[in-house]
Design a protein around this ligand. Structure first.
Ligand SMILES: O=C(CO)COP(=O)(O)O
Length: 127
């Protein structure tokens, strides 16, 4: 099954909820993983089931990075807040880097996320 991670910083969580509601049908076909609070919010607002890792500042990005390193992730949607410093910036950078290393598609904005999710869904349909 296709495995997709959903992560959003606090200021981006409303955008993530809006995106997930628009793509709920597509996302319901995927095996979803998320950082703690993002996953909690998504499950409160939708019928999706998500494997919630730790909250980002407590290691959630690192846990998802480990899945990328083990070639267990197919795509990452990470709606980052570009205007606010995060205490766990090293973990965030490490996740972005390991996605580059393993060539895992990573979207950090709403529009990029739509392209990535549409692409992953199209790949499934072609199989
Ligand atoms: O901080 C995050 C990603 O770096 C997101 O963590 P939460 O989903 O727990 O808010």
């Amino acid at each position: 099954m296709v495995r997709v991670a959903l992560i959003a910083h606090d200021d981006e969580k409303p955008e993530m909820i809006d995106l997930v509601e628009a793509y709920e049908g597509v996302l319901s076909e995927f095996d979803l993983v998320s950082t703690g609070t993002t996953g909690k919010r998504i499950m409160e607002e939708t019928d999706l089931t998500i494997d919630r890792k730790q909250s980002g500042p407590l290691g959630g990005d690192t846990q998802i990075g480990a899945l990328v390193a083990e070639d267990e992730m197919d795509a990452i949607v990470f709606l980052r807040d570009p205007l606010t410093a995060q205490p766990h910036e090293p973990d965030i950078s490490a996740l972005l880097r390991i996605c580059d290393v393993h060539d895992v598609p990573l979207a950090t904005t709403r529009t990029a996320a739509e392209y990535v999710l549409d692409g992953v869904a199209a790949d499934i349909e072609m199989e």
